[in-house]
Design a protein around this ligand. Structure first.
Ligand code: NAD
Length: 476
């Protein structure tokens, strides 16, 4: 079994240990044991990271695409070799079951391999002009990127934040979540071991507001990439706007799920229940607001409840565990508040609705039905293991409810009716829509939202495109 490593930052290729810096205590959410003390950056550390990123950009923007591809492919190979160790570390830090953490590593492997191809397909064009004149349009890397990754996918999020800028020829300063630092360090280490020049990518930790203000105030940084809550995203977007930095914002959601009576209910439940409780519901694309056509509503709620009650909960390192603890003590606190408010306002509780045990941040899989619209949980992303079920009568009502909130990240619909499928595809305001499937991503597919869920995409060709700027050169 992999031991938990000593913690450090990586600045200009150097491991920066705590020394006399402030530290953050990293805790195992399953046991509440201390895993390590994470050094927090001082302004001088951030300045050093900025200087390295400036130098790294000059190096990497001129590196041939084949060299960038070789680094990404090499890192993918190393991540594949190190998958078990890295996944164990992620489970210790974040709590999710080991097999889920391993899938995250493999998602990075797929993404780095995809980007290795994509970075060799950054094309420009030549315009038709009179003889003697030449006009070209080229794509150039935007510049050093400040990237902020949250704790819920401790391997996947840093992989996204590092992969796209590196493919595009940018340098990057990554501040991933202080709660799960060793996973991100493992991803960056694989890139460095695969030959990434040391100046190109840095990993810093700190007091989030101090780090983001410092980095975003620097003219060296030309792009902000943030994944996290809408409230923090709006704050950071304002800071970025002061210097007209580009932004990719992957923010919160409140995933609507429309289930029509013509669908195979058992198949739907067998798909959506594991999706709901994946990573204890702490997933931005989690299915959340279940809207069920009234004829099958009762059967859906009872089938959901039965499956939720049967889930095996425990330490994510133990065999057969299907749901681990929540990642930090803020989440069960939030569940208690949101679910208490929903019950007070008339929602029916079918299972869960309580913490489990007195050690670790566990919260039971919870099913609520008839949840009134005015309950806070119907309007605020719960980010936890709770399904909110309500019935609908007409397609119009279901679509209206799906679009009611200012969020638009992921949405799901289950119906066999082809005409209805087309209508839903056109009318649901969302960045990603799954019709008769919960698989809404992939290395080759854009991942991102609309409205308050943010703008810009990660993954797919769009992920690299988001790190490029366009230049037109006209020669007479
Ligand atoms: P939070 O809003 O305080 O933090 C969310 C993330 O942003 C964390 O990773 C945090 O380190 C970072 N952050 C916070 N303030 C920052 C700042 N000033 N500068 C830079 N980064 C900053 O809340 P939290 O308790 O960590 O998470 C709760 C909520 O965040 C959830 O309810 C969910 O809505 C959202 N969230 C979304 C995602 C996602 O994948 N979109 C991931 C994690 C959390």
């Amino acid at each position: 079994m992999s031991a938990y490593p000593e913690l450090y930052m990586i600045i200009d290729g150097e491991r920066v240990y705590a020394g006399d810096r402030r530290t953050h205590r990293v805790v195992n959410p399953a046991t509440e044991e201390t895993l390590g003390e994470l050094p927090l950056a001082e302004p001088a550390d951030l300045d050093r990271a900025l200087a390295a990123a400036e130098k790294g950009f000059k190096i990497w923007r001129n590196a041939p695409a084949q060299e960038r591809a070789a680094v990404l492919q090499g890192a993918a190979r190393l991540l594949n070799e190190r998958a078990d160790d890295l996944a164990r570390i992620a489970t210790m830090e974040e709590g999710k079951p080991f097999p889920e953490a391993r899938i995250e590593v493999m998602m990075n492997v797929g993404l780095f391999n995809f980007y290795a191809g994509e970075c060799q397909r950054i094309y420009g064009r030549t315009l038709v002009r009179p003889a003697g004149m030449r006009s070209t349009v080229t794509k150039e890397p935007v510049g050093p990127v400040a990237a902020f990754a949250p704790w819920n996918f401790p391997i996947g999020n840093p992989g996204r934040k590092l992969g796209a800028p590196i493919a595009a020829g940018c340098s990057v300063i990554l501040k991933s979540a202080e709660e799960a630092p060793a996973s991100a360090l493992g991803v960056l280490q694989a890139l460095l071991d695969a030959g990434l020049p040391k100046e190109v990518a840095q990993a810093v930790y700190g007091v989030p507001d101090e780090v983001s203000r410092h980095l975003l105030a620097s003219p060296i940084i030309r792009k902000l990439s943030f994944t996290g809550s809408t409230v923090v995203g709006k704050h950071l977007a304002k800071l970025a706007a002061e210097d007209m930095k580009r932004t990719t914002m992957e923010l919160g959601g409140h995933g609507p799920v429309l289930v029509f009576k013509d669908s195979d209910l058992d198949k739907v439940l067998d798909t959506v229940v594991p999706q709901k409780f994946r990573n204890a519901g702490q997933v931005c694309v989690s299915p959340t607001r279940f809207m069920i056509e009234e004829d099958v509503y009762d059967d859906f709620v009872s089938g959901f409840t039965e499956r939720a009650k049967a889930l095996k909960i425990g330490n994510g390192l133990d065999d057969g565990v299907q749901m681990g603890p929540m990642a930090n003590p803020r989440r069960p606190d939030a569940m208690e508040k949101l679910i208490g408010d929903a019950k007070d306002k008339g929602a029916k509780l079918h299972c869960g609705g309580e913490r489990i045990g007195n050690q670790g941040f566990y919260y039971a899989p919870t099913v609520l039905s008839d949840v009134p619209q005015e309950a806070e949980i119907m309007n605020t992303e719960p980010f936890g293991p709770v399904a909110l079920c309500n019935s609908f009568r007409s397609d119009d009502d279901a679509i209206t409810e799906a679009n009611r909130l200012p969020y638009g990240l992921a949405a799901y619909a289950w119906t066999q009716d082809a005409t209805r499928q087309k209508r839903l595809a056109r009318e649901i305001e969302t960045g990603m829509l799954g019709i008769n499937t919960a698989m809404i991503g992939g290395a080759d597919s854009p991942f991102g939202g609309v409205k308050w869920s943010g703008h810009g995409s990660e993954d797919g060709p769009e992920g690299v495109e988001a790190c490029l700027v366009t230049k037109a050169v006209h020669e007479g």
